[in-house]
Structures are given as structure tokens and as C-alpha cells.
Design a protein around this ligand. Structure first.
Ligand code: ADP
Length: 444
């Protein structure tokens, strides 16, 4: 069943009102009609009742239709409005539509057909306008919401950036502090080691057995401390990007044998066999011999530290694609798979407790990891708790050094800051290792 439409007719002319009523009735539109005679009455009727449509005579006794429409619209009273015009009112129609009239109809054209047509189209237009208004209101709200979310995001982004800057600065200061401290501590430590060595020389004078024992302890502890300091210094340099590789051609088998001979006494002290196998057709590589030895000493120290019985094997062999692999294997405590990833992070140890059995800084593997990356290599770890561990370092036979711009600032510490044990071979000059172009031609 068709909905009954509530219609308000605003016209002071009773004849006109009757004409509208009878036309609408004849048209068969189910209506509930209300009638008022002037603008004021119309305003109060529309303020209290909701109508489906208003037929408004342009000429009212107290005001014209345009004024009433403006008044209604400024009071946010929304209703489809059809203005009924007389002869001569045509020029005003555009203004009426602009002010908010939905449609207009000349009184001379009032008939059941025109009236019902105008009524329906006014309601349709009004509904479409309302929907469009609603949609644009929703759009406006969404837009405003988006703007405020965007502002909030920008604010958060700025905060994150600020925090990031602060963190970077704090990290930079921490690295600088670590580098400066370890650098400063190395000088007195070198004096302690040097003078202990002098004291132990026979030509310096005879020491009693007890004195000799004490000086040897000072020397050993001094060396251990120096190694720890060097780890911290290397770590801070690696973090700050201030550590460069000093590549040259060398015999990798010799460097491996050298590292093993330096560490052998530690293995012997724990009754562990230390076996070496160097199986290379061509032992020459282009890399940093000091850093290769450092990697090996670190892996071997760990293998000895974490092994109570059994053996430690070191092997170096060739791989396809001009690569070599260094393997250090032990029969020690082993590492659980869940710890594989973490032990390569700085300061991470499987046992993080203060009362742990095995001492150490937790920097060794982090340093190895960074160095191997710099060399373009990869580390593989296989381990089983209670059975042992195997660290494999795969390296290109010839590493590629990064090209450095001529005016790139270098580390804050001198190039000579590296702890370089006396037995290590000399490096190529600082200049020649700063660039990847112009290396001497050689065959590997
Ligand atoms: P540190 O030896 O100073 O603790 P590392 O970075 O060299 O630090 O090693 C990190 C941790 O990895 C060690 O604390 C230990 O838990 C584990 N780890 C390293 N090498 C071995 C190994 N050969 N056997 C068992 N655990 C090992």
C-alpha cells in the first residue's frame, strides 16, 4: 500500500488551496493535508511537524516565498518545497531554487497530473539531495578523521625519529667510550706485560721459585686482560665501521699452523688432543692474515674452553667456486639449536648467569661474525648438546675490499691501535688497502 503523504499548503487564497487539494485528491495520491495562510504560520507548522512536501505560494500576505525559504533553510528545517508562482514571477525562480526550493510550478498549470508529477519528483529530488548531503557529510568526517590520524602519525613519526637520533647518539657515545677506555687501558697493560717479561729473563737476575711463579701469573693475567681489551676495542670499531681489513697474499696453512701452535699449550693443560689437517692444493689466499688468525684463535679458545675431554680438530680445505673452508670441531658441551642464532650476538652467552662456569666477554663470536661478513664469507654451525660443536667458516679465496672515497673520514682512533702480536706478518700499507682498485696482479 502506498504511504500517506503529509502535505502542507501555504497560501492565503482559499480558492487556490481548494484547487490544490482537489487536484491532489483527483490524482489519487493518498495524502494528509494541512493548510496555513501566511509565512509565520508556515514557519511554526514546519518547526513542529515533519511534512513530506510543502506547496508554497510565492506571494504571501506577511512576506514573500523567498524570505520564508531562506528563513527555513537557515533554521535547518529541511523539507521538499514546491513554490507556486503567478504570472510574472518567472524571473524569481532561479533565485528560489538557489535559496533551497526543490521545484516550482505556475499556478496556471495546476492539474492532477502536473501536481502529482511535481510532488513525486520533488520528494525524489529531496531524497536524493539528502542522500548526497549525508554522503558528503560522511566524506567530510572521514576526511577530517584521516587528517587527524595523519597528523597523529606524523607526530609519532617525529617522536620515533627523535628517539632514533637519541639512541644513535647514545650508541655512538657508548662505542666511543668503549674504544677510548680499552685504548687507554691497553697502554698500562702493555707496560705490565712488558715488565713481567723483562723480570722473567734470566739475564735480569735470579728470582726465587715463588717470585717467578708470581711474575708468571702477572704476565698470564695481563695477557688475558689485554685479549679482553682487544675484543672490546675490535667490537667498538666494528660497530662504528672503523675496522678495515688489511688484505695481502699469504699462505693460509701457515697462518693456521701458527694459530694452533700459539694455542696448543691451553689444550695440553686440559689434556685435549689438538689435531690439524691442511689439505690444500694451493694454500695462497688474498685476505687479512691477522684477522684470519684472530678468527681461528677465537674458535680454538672456545673449543678448548668448552671441552672437558676428547679432541679438537682444525681443518682447512678447498671448496668449488674458488672458496676455502676452515673447520674447527670439538667434543665439548655442545650448543642447543635454540641458542644457535643468539650466540653470534654481542654479549650473548648460552649461560648468562654471573656464576657461570666458563668466563668470557661474549664478544668473540660477534666479532668473528662481523669479520667473516666483511670478508664475504659465511659461518655454519653444527652442534649437539653433550656431543660437541663444529664451526665452519667458508671464505672466498680472494676477498673484495670496499672502495672508499678519497675524502671519507676514517675512525677516530689511529690505525696503529690494533693489538698486533709480534709474530704477525706485517700488513700492506694503509693507503693500498683503502681502495679496491690497483691491487698487484697475482695468481691464486
Ligand atoms: P665467550 O666465549 O666470551 O662467552 P663467544 O662470543 O665466543 O663469547 O661465545 C658465545 C657463547 O657461545 C659462549 O658463551 C658459549 O655459550 C657458546 N659457545 C661458543 N663456542 C662454543 C663451543 N665450541 N662449544 C660450546 N659452546 C660454545
Amino acid at each position: 500500500m502506498e504511504e500517506t503523504l503529509k502535505i502542507l499548503v501555504v497560501d492565503d487564497d482559499k480558492v487556490d488551496r481548494i484547487a490544490i487539494r482537489s487536484a491532489l485528491t483527483k490524482a489519487g495520491v493518498p495524502i494528509e493535508l494541512a493548510e496555513v495562510g501566511d509565512g509565520n504560520e508556515a514557519f511554526s507548522a514546519l518547526s513542529t511537524t515533519v511534512y513530506h512536501c510543502v506547496f508554497l505560494d510565492y506571494r504571501l500576505p506577511d512576506q514573500d516565498g523567498l524570505t520564508l525559504i531562506q528563513q527555513l533553510r537557515s533554521s535547518e528545517i529541511k523539507v521538499p518545497l514546491v513554490v507556486l508562482t503567478d504570472q510574472g514571477d518567472e524571473q524569481i525562480t532561479l533565485q528560489l531554487l538557489k535559496a533551497g526550493a526543490t521545484d516550482y510550478l505556475s499556478k496556471s498549470r495546476i492539474s492532477p497530473e502536473t501536481l502529482s508529477q511535481v510532488l513525486r519528483s520533488a520528494i525524489r529530488i529531496y531524497q536524493a539531495e539528502m542522500q548526497a548531503d549525508l554522503a558528503s557529510q560522511q566524506l567530510r568526517e572521514t576526511h577530517e578523521e584521516l587528517i587527524s590520524k595523519n597528523q597523529e602519525l606524523e607526530r609519532q613519526q617525529q617522536q620515533i625519529q627523535m628517539q632514533n637520533f637519541k639512541l644513535l647518539e647514545a650508541s655512538r657515545l657508548k662505542s666511543l667510550f668503549l674504544a677510548t677506555m680499552s685504548h687507554e687501558l691497553r697502554t698500562p697493560m702493555n707496560a705490565i706485560i712488558g715488565f713481567s717479561q723483562v723480570l722473567l729473563r734470566p739475564k735480569f737476575g735470579q728470582l726465587t721459585h715463588q717470585q717467578r711463579d708470581m711474575v708468571e701469573r702477572i704476565l698470564n693475567n695481563g695477557k688475558h686482560l689485554l685479549m679482553l681489551l682487544n675484543e672490546v676495542l675490535d667490537f667498538s670499531k666494528l660497530e662504528g665501521g672503523g675496522l678495515d681489513l688489511k688484505a695481502e697474499i699469504f699462505n693460509i696453512s701457515k697462518v693456521i699452523n701458527l694459530a694452533v701452535s700459539e694455542i696448543r699449550s691451553l689444550a695440553e693443560a686440559k689434556n685435549l688432543s689438538l689435531l690439524v689437517k691442511t689439505d690444500l692444493q694451493n694454500p695462497l689466499v688474498f685476505n687479512d692474515p691477522v684477522r684470519i688468525k684472530q678468527i681461528l684463535i677465537n674458535l680454538l679458545s672456545n673449543a678448548i674452553k668448552f671441552t672437558e675431554f676428547g679432541e679438537i680438530w682444525v681443518e682447512v680445505k678447498e671448496l668449488p667456486a674458488n672458496r676455502v673452508v676452515i673447520i674447527v670441531q670439538d667434543t665439548g658441551v655442545g650448543i642447543a639449536p635454540k641458542d644457535f642464532k643468539h650466540i653470534f650476538e654481542a654479549f650473548r652467552q648460552v649461560d648468562q648467569t654471573i656464576t657461570r662456569k666458563y668466563p668470557g666477554t661474549g664478544l668473540g663470536l660477534a666479532i668473528i661474525d662481523s669479520l667473516v661478513r666483511m670478508m664475504g664469507g659465511k659461518i655454519f654451525l653444527e652442534s649437539k648438546v653433550g656431543v660437541g660443536s663444529m664451526f665452519k667458516i667458508e671464505l672466498p679465496r680472494q676477498i673484495t675490499l670496499p672502495t672508499v672515497e678519497a675524502d671519507t673520514p676514517t675512525s677516530q682512533l689511529d690505525d696503529d691501535d690494533f693489538f698486533c702480536p709480534a709474530k704477525n706478518p706485517p700488513h700492506s700499507s694503509f693507503q693500498s688497502r683503502k681502495t679496491s682498485i690497483g691491487y698487484p696482479k697475482f695468481k691464486l
